[in-house]
Design a protein around this ligand. Structure first.
Ligand code: SOE
Length: 387
């Protein structure tokens, strides 16, 4: 029987739910070397967090994360709360010797992200920045194709992440639209995924040039003082202090060119996270809204048989993550990516190795995000510090 490790989850909204589901499902489908126990879920609103604890299957709840970090029986701290809370919680968790999993982007500034990575490294605790889309089996197949050289030399990475959930000008001023809470808008929320996937699949970028835009400058204040998602309203309005959309061109260190576009104003695109990669021998294309599929074109096929083919990435042929679920063709979804990232994290803890992507990796992506923000402000190319 594998050893157990108690988890304290901070945050109980969207990400709190995805992480809870991951901890719950993990041992039903995998054999992790360390078994996470859903010990305590933490949130400021007692009525809401106690109801959520019960619903999501946590043994207990608490309203003060600082008290929870003092507990010797907690081994993992999971930070699934808004961006401005990542830094103070992670710094305190590292000081308390806890392993830390943190939602993306890692921090609201590059300086904070670097400090978090260094504090954890110094404390000898394991970390994971939860860029969950790395853990889609089709994305892992894309990585395998690239690493095996099937695409040849990589020339282009074209990433787009399109959503439309704030297109209504009366959608409230939630925390993601306030810089002091979220750090940035579409940039940190969704371009961060684009850029992390590009770094994972193609490598680090060295410089970027970017433009951003805030289309709706004021929005109704939300019902809740905590800045949670409230009803669309017509009451007093507050200023939107982040970007609504961002476009980027970039150069990778290995010579490839990249383009990135992220917006929450693409009507009809709900969570359209897609990329295409072109190499000297072929191409691949992925779209999260069809996440079990990878499109592949190969110039090594005989000319009369050339064309994009759609590979259904499910079942035993596609690595441990896909194999653990259902037989081929019996597809998986969004929530499974979180189970895989939790598996990577507890396995790394048990094996006493760095989890991937660690806080250091999260800080590298943050360095790119910050260069994008700098470029959008300066209207010049900006270089990316290599960490
Ligand atoms: C909201 O835009 C959001 O939940 C992001 O925060 C996630 O990172 C993304 O995976 C889905 O959309």
């Amino acid at each position: 029987m594998a050893e157990k490790i108690n988890v304290a989850l901070i945050g109980y909204q969207f990400m709190g739910r995805t992480h809870s589901n991951a901890y719950r499902q993990l041992r039903h489908f995998f054999d992790p070397p360390l078994l996470p126990q859903m010990e305590v879920i933490v949130g400021r609103n007692e009525a809401a967090v106690s109801a959520t604890a019960h619903k999501l299957g946590w043994r207990s709840y608490a309203t003060d994360w600082q008290q929870v970090l003092k507990r010797d029986d907690i081994g993992i701290v999971d930070i699934s709360s808004p961006g401005n809370t990542h830094y103070p919680i992670a710094m305190a968790a590292a000081a308390a010797g806890k392993h830390i999993i943190c939602e993306k982007p890692l921090a609201n500034t590059l300086d904070q992200a670097i400090e978090m990575a260094e504090a954890a490294e110094k404390a000898g605790v394991r970390t994971l920045t939860n860029f969950n889309y790395r853990f889609v089996p089709a994305v892992q197949l894309a990585k395998r194709f690239i690493d095996e050289g099937r695409l040849g030399e990589i020339r282009h990475y074209r990433g787009i992440y399109l959503q439309d959930w704030i297109i209504d000008p009366d959608f409230p001023l939630v925390w993601r639209l306030r810089k002091e809470l979220s750090g940035s808008g579409a940039l940190g929320d969704i371009a961060a995924h684009n850029i992390d996937l590009a770094r994972y699949l193609v490598g680090d970028l060295e410089e970027v040039s970017a433009a951003d835009k805030t289309f709706i400058k004021e929005r109704p204040l939300p019902d809740s003082s905590e800045g949670a998602w409230g009803a669309t309203g017509k009451g007093p309005r507050g200023e939107v202090t982040v970007d609504d959309a961002v476009i980027v061109i970039g150069r990778f260190k290995n010579g490839a060119l990249g383009t990135f576009e992220a917006t929450r104003f693409a009507a009809g695109r709900r969570n359209y996270n897609a990329f295409e990669i072109n190499g000297s021998r072929g191409s691949i294309s992925f779209n999260l809204e069809r996440l079990n599929e990878l499109e592949y074109f190969c110039l090594d096929d005989p000319e009369f048989a050339q064309g994009f083919r759609t590979i259904n990435v499910s079942g035993g042929a596609f690595g441990d993550y896909a194999a653990a679920w259902w037989p081929a063709g019996h597809i998986i979804g969004y929530e499974h990516t979180f189970v895989h990232s939790v598996l990577e994290f507890v396995t790394a803890i048990a094996e006493k190795r760095e989890a991937v992507p660690s806080f250091r990796e999260g800080a590298r992506t943050q360095a790119t995000l910050e260069a994008v923000a700098r470029s959008a402000a300066s209207r010049k190319w900006e270089s990316i510090p290599q960490l």
